[in-house]
Write a protein that binds this ligand. Structure first.
Ligand code: GRG
Length: 291
């Protein structure tokens, strides 16, 4: 049986707490990195990697944990930079003042830089087989870099002055939010050395999960509260952001969410057909999308 998300979260929290300081050699920088990293994120991305590894029959030892925790470093960098005055200029994240509000924009930029770079150190500086480590590093770079999340963020900035249609919006979010979630699931396949068809199905599940995640986030910006979300809400409309509810209305966005979740369920079944293993462990992640 796969561990619960809360057990996986505890393991990740503990790993981050025990290991961040070992690799940072400047006190304020460490405080700034730790401030955002330990601010209470859900740890969804590394938890997806660990759950996938478990479902594919491998034990999550310290090396697997290190490679998975790297993704949380990278994700936290993206949130710090996204909140900067030059980007979204947000004051609240994970229920606390954003990094630049606490440490200033310069130190916040460096904290993000440090987390991004350290992510690649943790993915490669462990005892997993050399081919696994290099595949993880390459896929992480593709997901996070200028063909993935960074490209999505660039589209998002440019899109503030344009009206995007549904296809363009989907493409933007596939890059900005979906690419890292897709990597999170695929990483479990790489770590357990799966054949190409299984990795392909894992990536498809991750992509559909990522799409659902973004639609849900957009919906919560309209329907949720600041307390629930730990960040400012009702911002998207004021900033003329391209969002699913903005384009399709709340009901249309909910319908798109259902379509993405149904596709993720199909991928789950396909994975079972390919491997003979249960992927019911993903149900607890899909339960996140409560409306
Ligand atoms: C700065 C290069 C660069 C990229 C930033 C992901 C991103 C790109 C910006 C975040 C904008 C945003 C709020 C997107 C919506 C989906 C999302 C990533 C939400 C935050 O992720 P959670 O809910 O956060 O997993 P926690 O705090 O739980 O880790």
């Amino acid at each position: 049986m796969v561990s619960s998300v809360s057990t996986l979260k505890r393991q990740i929290d503990e790993y981050l707490k025990q290991n961040l300081a070992k690799d940072v050699d400047q006190q304020t920088l460490e405080s700034s990195m730790a401030y955002s990293l330990m601010a209470g994120g859900k740890r969804l991305r590394p938890a997806l990697t660990l759950a996938t590894v478990e479902m594919l029959g491998k034990v999550c030892d310290q090396d697997v944990l290190r490679a998975a925790a790297a993704l949380e470093l990278l994700h936290t960098y993206s949130l710090i930079h996204d909140d900067l005055p030059a980007m979204d200029n947000d004051e609240l994240r994970r229920g606390k003042p954003t990094n630049h509000c606490k440490f200033g924009a310069g130190m916040a930029t460096l904290a993000g830089d440090g987390l991004l770079t350290l992510a690649f150190q943790w993915v490669t500086d462990n005892q997993l087989p050399a081919t696994t480590r290099s595949r993880l590093a390459c896929e992480l770079a593709k997901a996070a870099g200028p063909a993935g999340m960074v490209a999505g963020q660039a589209r998002d900035i440019e899109g503030e002055h344009q009206h995007l249609d549904l296809d363009a919006l989907r493409y933007l979010h596939r890059q900005k939010t979906g690419a890292l979630l897709q990597y999170a699931v695929l990483a479990g396949g790489i770590i357990t050395d799966q054949p190409a068809d299984v990795n392909h199905a894992l990536a498809a599940f991750g992509a559909n999960f990522g799409l659902a995640f973004q639609i849900y986030d957009d919906l919560m910006d309209v329907l949720g509260t600041e307390e629930q979300m730990g960040k400012a809400v009702h911002k998207d409309a004021g900033e003329h952001k391209n969002t699913y509810p903005g384009l399709l209305g709340v009901d249309g966005a909910k319908e798109q969410l259902s379509i993405a979740l149904a596709a993720a369920k199909d991928n789950q079944q396909q994975l079972t057909a390919l491997t003979g293993k249960s992927f019911a462990g993903y149900d607890q992640f899909l339960a996140y999308f409560k409306m």
